[in-house]
Write a protein that binds this ligand. Structure first.
Ligand code: 4AD
Ligand code: MG
Length: 431
């Protein structure tokens, strides 16, 4: 007898198979009893019919509790009305464990309660769908880079210095006498990688001690970062667009079921195609002012501003050339307009806001040294980074895509906290 997974059950129509999993719920209508089982790959209804199964097995129904772990053996029957299209006519059941009172019941629970039970909440169909989509987003993105000749280049997590501003650094002790900071972005190291390997990318955790309690901020999040030698702003803008289109197409292709579980408006994702909208920062400021926001040129957009801007477009929009004053030290000024830098942010539609930030890097030795000094950063910590401009400096560019914000947008869910297995937030470190 075969042990099979629920997602593959259709291959075994009319055969007797065993499925192992957890009981999500059960119901009884006299002589017929239903057990709904999930195994991580799907859910299936198993049917116990009095008289057709041994009485001992029929009576086991009474002892089974929500999330009890069991193996059910039975005949696979096609049933278009049941979820997944098949059901199981039970012939026997074996029990791994009878679960104690499971805390997450079918009634509504508050978000605080669910987050406290995140280790169990992960078992719900909704969380299963989100995490499968996350898997596909990362997988498709990595294939995208792999198939274009990029080399995976893992940046360190312990770093001696900052990348994205000193205010959001997590500091930790590094043995007796030194401090280390958790990486905010692999970018500076990826630049060294690009000078060594040409085209590189990383996909790993990054950390920001951001005291913001918003639906877009985690303190630990995953970033996908390509970096390319000899590339300019235009080239990475085109690459970012192609990447996002490829990710959305990949999810649409393989995760229809999950998108349905989430009630995602699929038509909106199908609209995500090239070309994206392009807008200079100056025009985005104008758009905000026309919408009644009192925004001054020179500031960076807040989450609310991005929502207003991205709501104007039915596809992603790329905003380029922000004022130098609101961006990190490593950005290169536009030679035609030194008050702005050669950077871009990609805003997802439907009010989701920024999912990608990137641009062209300062490649002049003297300019970079000045920028580091101007930002008040300790020159010694950046000596290695400055070296990259000393030994064969070339124009280069890259960007970072936030995995969780991208997943939240594609899933159409309001908060990033459900897009990562164990979210780390301003007020949450448990479980
Ligand atoms: O725009 P950011 O800060 O860019 C960088 O860190 C660059 N060094 C990346 C590069 O050029 N290689 O961050 C990039 C993306 C954002 O667009 C956003 O999607 C995500 O990372 N992000 C966050 N996601 C969740 N929580 C946070 N606190 C985030 N901060 C940034
Ligand atoms: Mg940014």
């Amino acid at each position: 007898m075969k042990t099979v997974t629920i997602e593959n059950i259709g291959k075994y129509e009319d055969e007797i198979v065993t499925v192992r999993g957890w009981l999500t719920h059960k119901r009884s209508s006299g002589k017929i009893r239903f057990l709904v089982l999930r195994d991580g790959t799907g859910i299936i209804q198993a049917i116990l019919i009095k008289g057709e199964v041994e009485d001992e097995i029929f009576q086991l129904y009474n002892t089974l509790t929500q999330e009890s772990s069991i193996a059910i053996t039975g005949r696979v029957r096609r049933e278009p009305r049941s979820p997944g299209g098949y059901e199981l006519l039970v012939s026997s059941i074996s029990i791994f464990q009878i679960a104690e009172n499971y805390p997450i019941t079918p009634k509504e629970h508050g978000i605080g309660f669910l987050m406290d039970h995140r280790h169990l909440w992960l078992r719900s169909q909704r969380q299963n769908a989100i995490l499968r989509i996350r898997h596909t987003v990362i997988n498709v993105a990595r294939q995208f880079f792999d198939s274009r000749g990029f080399i995976l280049f893992d940046a360190p997590i312990f770093t001696p210095s900052c990348c994205e501003g000193t205010t959001s650094l997590f500091r930790t002790r590094y043995f007796e006498n030194e401090n280390a900071y958790l990486s905010q972005s692999g970018q500076l190291y990826l630049e060294a990688g690009a000078m060594a390997l040409g085209k590189v990318y990383s996909c790993g955790p990054t950390f920001r001690a951001e005291k913001s309690k918003t639906r877009r901020h985690l303190t630990e999040f995953w970033m996908l970062e390509p970096e390319i030698a000899f590339a300019d702003l235009d080239e990475i803008m085109a690459l970012a667009e192609e990447l996002v289109v490829t990710i959305v197409k990949g999810v649409l292709k393989t995760r229809q079921k999950e998108l349905q579980t989430l009630n995602r408006d699929i038509a909106r994702l199908e609209r995500v195609s090239s070309p994206f909208y392009l807008m200079a920062y100056d025009d985005a400021v104008q758009l905000l002012q026309d919408s009644g926001v009192s925004f001054v040129w020179g500031d960076d957009f807040g989450g609310g501003d991005e929502t207003i801007i991205s709501n104007h477009f039915d596809r992603p929009v790329m905003i380029h050339r922000y004022p130098a004053q609101c961006k990190p030290f490593y950005m290169k000024n536009d030679p035609e307009r030194p008050e702005v830098v050669l950077c871009m942010d990609l805003l997802a539609p439907e009010g989701y806001g920024e999912i990608i930030g990137g641009g062209q890097r300062e490649d002049s030795l003297s300019e970079l040294e000045q920028k580091i000094a101007h930002a008040g950063l300790p020159a010694a910590d950046f000596a290695w980074y400055v070296d990259l401009r000393r030994y064969g400096s070339v124009p280069h560019a890259g960007f970072g895509l936030g995995i969780e914000r991208t997943v939240a947008w594609i899933c159409g869910i309001p908060h990033v906290r459900e897009t990562i297995p164990f979210p780390r937030l301003l007020q949450r470190l448990y479980p």
